[in-house]
Design a protein around this ligand. Structure first.
Ligand code: PHE
Length: 348
């Protein structure tokens, strides 16, 4: 090995050690200046070419150039390495807020809320106003003004939640009929969605807190045909154009005549049978009840200062859970309050 080659080999070895030891970009730059700079070590070796016999000079130049090329490549690699290390150190264990997270899970409206929205949309389209009322009522509004006699079973503490002798959680949305009529003269056309409370034992069809939507229309010449038409229209909108609706004679102290509103049972489609047995959802009748209705009783009109000879009206009250059960094929009302994850999303 020539003396030049021996010098170059030791220089390269020192260079490599210096690169490996350089902790950062600045140290690497110092190494570059020390070895490859204008007055660096490689320049010294280049100068020694002049001491060689002329025929050996070109070969020596090539060897030096090759060494320089490899040194430059090593510096580039080393620079990338220290920069990456510096970046990683600067991140430490902090959170990278720019990193995309898992996709957010979108929720869905609760089916009772969805039904309330759809009912409200139907009625506002027909000129009704949506109003809300208090859940704590006087027994005068909840019962007396609605022609419910003092000895009616619903007035006992066994059926209602009393907070004080004269205050209770409303057992239906009907007291809003009274509040609205006292506040506004006829004509009136409102719906009232909201919660109602009854001391019912909880089972597949009963909760002690549930939702109703009350409807009330009062004016000159308002008759049962309007009520029927509006409710059939509502059922078609909620359950489809071919929904069967039935009005069954019934009794409420605050309406006369009265009718319960039935729709075809979603489980047996009106046959009353399922798998050769009596249908459990409707009890074999083929119909399920979604609410009560009727012509506002003259005593109720009188209690709010209306003249029953001048105006007439109809009212209805439907259970929103009942409607949602029919619409989404839910066979147990408790499903609405159990908060099972994915319940609402699964129905949409
Ligand atoms: N308030 C009655 C109930 O809760 C329903 C109803 C409302 C009936 C309006 C007739 C008229 O059962």
């Amino acid at each position: 090995m020539s003396e030049l080659e021996a010098n170059l080999a030791s220089l390269t070895a020192r260079f490599e050690r210096a690169v490996a030891d350089a902790p950062d970009a600045r140290a690497l730059d110092e190494v570059r200046v020390a070895f490859l700079g204008r007055s660096g070590e490689v320049t010294g070796v280049r100068r020694s070419i002049g001491t060689l016999p002329p025929p050996e000079r070109p070969g020596a130049g090539k060897v030096i150039n090759a060494a320089v090329e490899s040194m430059e490549a090593q510096l580039t690699d080393a620079l990338a390495r220290v920069e990456r290390a510096a970046l990683e150190r600067s991140l430490g264990d902090t959170i990278d807020v720019t990193f995309p997270g898992p996709p957010a899970r979108l929720g869905a409206l609760h089916p009772v809320r969805q039904v309330a929205i759809d009912v409200a949309r139907y009625f506002t389209r027909h000129g009704f106003a949506v109003v809300l009322g208090p859940e704590i009522e006087t027994d005068a509004n909840n019962f007396d003004a609605l022609n419910i006699p003092p000895d009616h079973p619903a007035r006992e503490g066994l059926d209602s939640f009393y907070l004080r002798p004269d205050r209770l959680l409303r057992t239906h949305t009907s007291p809003m009929q009274v509040r609205s009529m006292r506040r506004h003269g006829p004509p009136i056309a409102i719906i009232v969605p909201g919660k109602a409370y009854r001391r019912d034992a909880v089972d597949a069809r009963h909760l002690y807190m549930f939702h109703q939507v009350e409807g009330l229309m009062v004016g000159h010449g308002v008759h049962f045909g309007h009520l029927k038409g509006v409710l059939v229209g509502m059922c078609r909108e909620l359950f489809g154009a071919d929904a069967d609706v039935r009005f069954r004679p019934s009794f409420f102290p605050f309406t006369e005549p009265s009718a319960e509103i039935d729709v075809k049972c979603p489980a047996c489609h009106g046959t009353g049978m399922q798998d050769g047995l009596q249908c459990r959802t409707c009890g074999g009748s083929g119909w399920i009840e979604i609410g009560g209705s009727g012509m506002v009783h003259p005593n109720v009109l009188r209690s709010v200062g209306y003249d029953p000879d001048a105006v007439s009206g109809w009212a209805f009250g439907c259970g929103l859970e009942r409607i949602a059960m029919k619409r989404y094929d839910i066979d147990d009302i408790r499903a609405f309050v159990e908060n099972v994850p994915g319940f609402a999303e699964g129905l949409a």
